[in-house]
Design a protein around this ligand. Structure first.
Ligand code: ADP
Ligand code: MG
Length: 666
C-alpha cells in the first residue's frame, strides 16, 4: 500500500507531480483521500416532474440536432432531450467537444441543476454520467480531471483490496457497531448504497476522531506533574486595584480558575476563550503577576512582533510599577541585544519575557520558568505550545484565544486543554454597526471614509487571500491599494500589508498605522490577529461573501475598541449569512451558526481541514460522534496499560505524531 502512485495505470510523470503537489504520493495516501461529497444518482426523475431549482439525475435520449451559438466569449451548446414524458432543453457553456458526442438518439444519464431559461425548465451544464449510484466528488486537484481522479482512486482501491489491516481492537468495533476497515474504505469512495456509505463514514470518523483525541491526551498527560505556584490571595486583589478599570465579572471568574490551576500540583493547561475586546490581556497579566508573587518567571508569546511589542508596552505600564521586571525578545533585535536578553532570562533578571517564536526557537534557557502564556493561540500548533512548555519543569500553560469555538468543536481541537470563557465585554463599549454594501453603493462608502478621516479616524480595508491557482474575480489587496491610492482616495495616506511581504516591512507598515501616520491600512487577513488601534473606527471587508462568519466577526473586532462609534462594511450583495452577522455581535452564536452553515472545517479557513484525513468538516458536525469518541478516549486513557488501550495509543501516535504540529488554526 505504500508503493508509489506510478504503479497505477494512467498516472504518468505529469499526474504524479500533480498528486504530489496535493500531498499524495502513495497508493495508501490516495485511498485515504476521501470524497468531499457524493452526487446522488441512485434515483432518476421523469422530465415531466423536473422543476426549476431541482438538482437531479435524468435518463434521457438526445432528440434532434445539436445547436451551437456564440455570445461574447461564451460558446453555448444546446440540445433537446426526451424521456417520453417530456422534452426539455439542455445547455452547456464552453464545451466544444460535446457537439460531436451528442448524436441524435444517444442515451444519456445526466446530472445537474434545472433552471428557468426563456420560459422553459432547462438543464444547465449537467454532467454526463456513466452509471447510477452514489458518485464520489473529490476536492479539486489541479492538473487531474475529476474523471481521471475517480479512475485512479478506483485502481488504487483494487491494488489494496483486502489488505487494510483492521487496527482497531475487535472489542471496540463490536462495542460501537463499526464496520470492517476494507469495507469502509471501499464504500467511502464507491458506496454500494446510502446505508453502506453511512456505515463507512461512521467507522472512519470514529477511528479518526478517537485517535486524534487520544493523541491530544497524550500531550496533556506529558505535563501532568507541574510547577506549583504559591501566592497570597491579597495579591489578586492588589492586581485588580492597580488596574485603571474595574474587572468584569467574567474576568474575575476566569482569573479565579487560573489562580486555582497555578496553585494545584498539576501543570495548568488552560485555554481562555473570549471575544475580541473582552479583556483577555488583563487576565494574562494577572497570571504573570501571581507567578511573580510566587517567585516564578513567566513567558508571554505572541504570534507577531507587532503584537509582542504591543504587549510589552502595556506590560511596561502595568506590570513594571508592581516591581515586575519585563523584557522583550523578538527576532529583529540586534545580536548584542539578543545575547543580553538570553543572559537576563538565564540569570533571572527578567521576571517576565515577552516575545515571538524567538522564545522557543532560540534555545532560550530560563532560570525558573513557571508560567507560559501564548496569546491568540490559533497561530500556534499544539507542538509549538508543547515545545515552550518543555522548557524547564512542566510550567503552567495559559492559552488566550479570540476565536470563539462551539463547545463541541473545542473538545476535539483542544482536547488537551481545559477551557475558560470570558463571556462579557467591559462596559461602555458601543457595539460595532455592521452594514452590507452592494457594489452600487461603493461611492457613498468613499464619501463616508473621507468624513471619518477628516474627523481624525482611521480605517482598515481587508481583502481575501487569493490563491494562485484560483481564477476568481476577487480583488487582491494590491489592486485595492493601487485603486485607493491613485484613484478613489488619493488625498489619504494609505499603507499596504500582505502575506508575501517581508515580515520587517509588514511590521513597519503596521507600526506606521498604529502610530497614526497612515489613514488607511489595506491588508489581507494578516491583521486579523490582535492588533489594537483604538483610533480605527471603520472596517471595510472586500468580497465579504468569501469569508466565514466567524472570521468576519474576528475582523470586525478590530474596530470598536475606543469610545467612538465604529462601523463594519461588508462589501457584497446581501445574503442571509451576512445579514445574520449584521444582527448580532455575539461571537459564540456566530461561531455556532458558521459551523452549521459551512461545517466546522471551514470555521478556520481551509488549511485546518487538511489535518484530519477524513475531513472533520463532515464529521465534527456530528456532536454525538464527538461525544462518543471523547468519552471512549477518556475511558481508554484511564488505564493506558490495558491491551486494547495500548494498541489504540500506538495507532494514535503513528497517525498524529507529526500532524499535531499542524493543528494550528489558520
Ligand atoms: P482581547 O480580549 O481582545 O485581548 P484586550 O485585553 O486587548 O482584549 O482588551 C481590550 C481593551 O479593553 C483594552 O484597551 C483594555 O485596556 C480594555 N479593558 C479590558 N478589561 C477592561 C475592563 N474590565 N473595563 C474596561 N476596559 C477594559
Ligand atoms: Mg488580545
Amino acid at each position: 500500500m505504500d508503493i508509489s502512485l506510478s504503479q497505477i495505470k494512467g498516472i504518468g510523470p505529469a499526474r504524479l507531480k500533480s498528486f504530489e503537489a496535493a500531498g499524495i504520493r502513495t497508493v495508501r495516501e490516495l485511498v485515504m483521500f476521501l470524497p468531499r461529497e457524493y452526487r446522488d444518482l441512485t434515483q432518476t426523475v421523469p422530465l415531466c416532474e423536473l422543476k426549476a431549482g431541482d438538482v437531479a439525475a435524468v435518463r434521457v435520449r438526445v432528440a434532434g440536432e445539436v445547436m451551437e451559438r456564440r455570445a461574447r466569449r461564451l460558446l453555448i451548446t444546446k440540445l433537446y432531450v426526451t424521456d417520453g414524458t417530456e422534452t426539455l432543453p439542455v445547455l452547456w457553456y464552453n464545451q466544444p467537444w460535446l457537439k460531436k458526442q451528442m448524436t441524435p438518439g444517444r442515451e444519456l444519464l445526466l446530472y445537474g441543476k434545472a433552471e428557468h431559461k426563456q420560459g422553459y425548465v432547462t438543464l444547465v451544464s449537467p454532467t454526463v454520467e456513466a452509471a447510477q449510484g452514489l458518485i464520489p466528488v473529490y476536492r479539486n486537484i489541479p492538473g487531474i480531471p475529476p474523471k481521471a481522479l475517480r479512475q485512479s482512486v478506483e485502481a488504487a482501491l483494487k491494488l489494496c483490496e483486502g489488505q487494510w489491516p483492521d487496527e482497531l481492537p475487535e472489542a471496540l468495533r463490536r462495542r460501537y457497531g463499526l464496520c470492517e476497515r476494507n469495507f469502509a474504505m471501499r464504500n467511502a469512495h464507491f458506496p454500494d448504497s446510502r446505508e453502506a456509505l453511512e456505515a463507512a463514514r461512521r467507522r472512519i470518523a470514529f477511528e479518526e476522531l478517537l485517535l486524534y483525541q487520544i493523541s491530544l491526551r497524550l500531550f496533556r498527560s506529558a505535563g501532568r506533574q507541574g510547577v506549583q505556584i504559591d501566592f497570597d490571595d491579597a495579591r489578586l486583589e492588589a492586581f485588580w486595584d492597580a488596574l485603571p478599570f474595574a474587572p468584569t465579572n467574567a474576568q474575575r471568574r476566569v482569573l479565579g480558575e487560573v489562580a486555582a490551576d497555578l496553585r494545584s500540583e498539576r501543570a495548568m493547561a488552560r485555554m481562555v476563550q473570549g471575544d475580541v475586546g473582552s479583556g483577555k490581556t488583563a487576565i494574562a497579566f494577572a497570571a504573570i503577576a501571581l507567578a511573580h508573587a510566587g517567585g516564578w518567571q513567566s513567558a508571554l508569546m505572541a504570534p507577531t512582533e507587532v503584537l509582542a511589542r504591543q504587549h510589552f508596552d502595556a506590560a511596561q505600564k502595568l506590570l513594571a510599577p508592581m516591581g515586575i521586571r519585563v523584557g522583550l525578545l523578538v527576532g529583529s533585535l540586534t545580536q548584542k541585544q539578543h545575547r543580553l536578553a538570553h543572559e537576563a532570562i538565564a540569570a533571572g533578571e527578567w521576571d517576565c519575557v515577552i516575545g515571538t517564536h524567538a522564545l522557543i526557537t532560540e534555545g532560550v534557557e530560563y532560570k525558573k520558568l513557571g508560567l507560559v502564556v501564548t496569546d491568540e493561540q490559533h497561530r500556534f500548533g499544539v507542538r509549538q505550545r508543547t515545545l515552550l512548555s518543555e522548557k524547564g519543569d512542566a510550567p503552567n500553560v495559559l492559552v488566550m484565544s479570540a476565536t470563539p469555538i462551539p463547545r463541541t468543536l473545542s473538545l476535539i481541537l483542544y482536547g488537551d486543554l481545559d477551557i475558560s470563557i470570558v463571556d462579557e465585554l467591559p462596559p461602555g463599549r458601543t457595539p460595532v454597526s455592521t452594514r452590507i454594501v452592494p457594489e452600487a453603493k461603493r461611492p457613498g462608502l468613499y464619501e463616508f471614509l473621507r468624513r471619518e478621516v477628516a474627523k481624525g479616524r482611521q480605517a482598515y480595508f481587508v481583502c481575501p487571500l487569493v490563491e494562485e491557482s484560483e481564477a476568481v474575480e476577487a480583488l487582491p489587496a494590491e489592486a485595492v491599494y493601487e485603486d485607493l491610492r491613485t484613484g478613489k482616495l488619493p488625498e489619504l495616506r494609505i499603507e499596504l500589508v500582505h502575506g508575501r511581504m517581508k515580515s520587517a516591512d509588514k511590521d513597519a507598515a503596521l507600526e506606521r498605522f498604529r502610530a497614526g501616520e497612515a489613514d488607511i491600512l489595506v491588508s489581507t487577513t494578516v491583521i486579523e490577529v490582535g492588533v489594537n488601534v483604538p483610533n480605527a473606527t471603520v472596517m471595510v471587508i472586500e468580497n465579504a461573501e468569501r469569508f466565514g462568519l466567524a472570521q468576519l466577526h474576528q475582523l470586525r473586532g478590530r474596530v470598536g475598541r475606543g469610545t467612538e462609534e465604529s462601523w463594519c462594511f461588508l462589501m457584497a450583495e446581501p445574503n442571509p449569512r451576512l445579514k445574520y452577522l449584521c444582527s448580532t455581535n455575539d461571537g459564540f452564536k456566530i461561531a455556532q451558526k458558521d459551523m452549521e452553515l459551512r461545517g466546522p472545517g471551514e470555521l478556520f479557513g481551509t488549511r485546518q481541514s487538511g489535518t484530519l484525513t477524513a475531513g472533520i468538516g463532515a464529521l465534527a458536525g456530528d456532536a454525538q460522534m464527538l461525544k462518543l469518541t471523547h468519552d471512549e478516549a477518556r475511558f481508554l486513557m484511564a488505564d493506558p496499560e490495558e491491551p486494547d488501550a495500548r494498541a489504540v495509543i500506538v495507532l494514535a501516535k503513528e497517525r498524529f505524531a507529526d500532524k499535531l504540529r499542524d493543528v494550528a488554526v489558520n
